[in-house]
Design a protein around this ligand. Structure first.
Ligand code: 4NP
Length: 167
């Protein structure tokens, strides 16, 4: 099993959206039994809360249900448990870098690392803006999800690829 954790500030807007989108990306690829997806916040501000209604509405517009997710804060065991720990922006990456033991630092990355063609580092925080911000989040997250799945395939799921030496 490959374990993926998305991390933002509150775990009610960006990282739940990333979780929902990437779960669908994985399901569409037929890989749900091999890749597990979760999300968390660097703060405890919205623990046990459902995602922001605006995030739920925007995702529903693309056929993705976020409503059953609940907010949680990053905990020490996450650095052991997850193989990919992906921050939605540089501020949250810095927070993770402060919390994470050195032996697990290699797991930390910006999520948009997997969409280099965008030329962006951060998924902008939509919390204080209008509904368009949530659609922008979905667009960025969809782009990076494709790149992330490609990375997982090439680094972890190679045995499933029909390689020449096996023929
Ligand atoms: P998120 O957005 O980090 O994408 O979940 C935010 C949610 C809540 C707050 C800030 C950002 N807040 O200030 O409560």
């Amino acid at each position: 099993m490959v374990n993926v954790l998305f991390v933002c500030l509150g775990n009610i807007c960006r990282s739940p959206t990333a979780q929902g989108v990437f779960e669908r990306t994985v399901a569409d690829a037929g890989l749900s039994s091999q890749i597990a997806v979760d999300s968390a916040g660097t703060t405890d501000w919205h623990v046990d809360e459902a995602p922001d209604p605006r995030a739920i509405r925007a995702a529903r517009g693309r056929g993705i249900d976020l409503s059953r997710q609940r907010g949680r804060q990053v905990q020490a065991s996450d650095f052991e448990r997850f193989d990919y720990i992906l921050a939605m922006d540089r501020e949250n990456l810095r927070t993770l870098q402060r919390l994470c033991p050195s032996r697990h630092q290699h797991k930390l990355r910006l999520f948009l690392h997997y969409a280099p063609h965008l030329g962006l580092t951060d998924v902008p925080d939509p919390y204080y803006g209008g509904p368009q911000g949530f659609d922008d989040v979905l667009n960025l997250v969809e782009a990076a999800s494709a790149g992330l799945l490609a990375d997982i395939r090439s680094n972890h799921l190679r045995s499933n690829v029909d390689s020449p030496e096996k023929r």
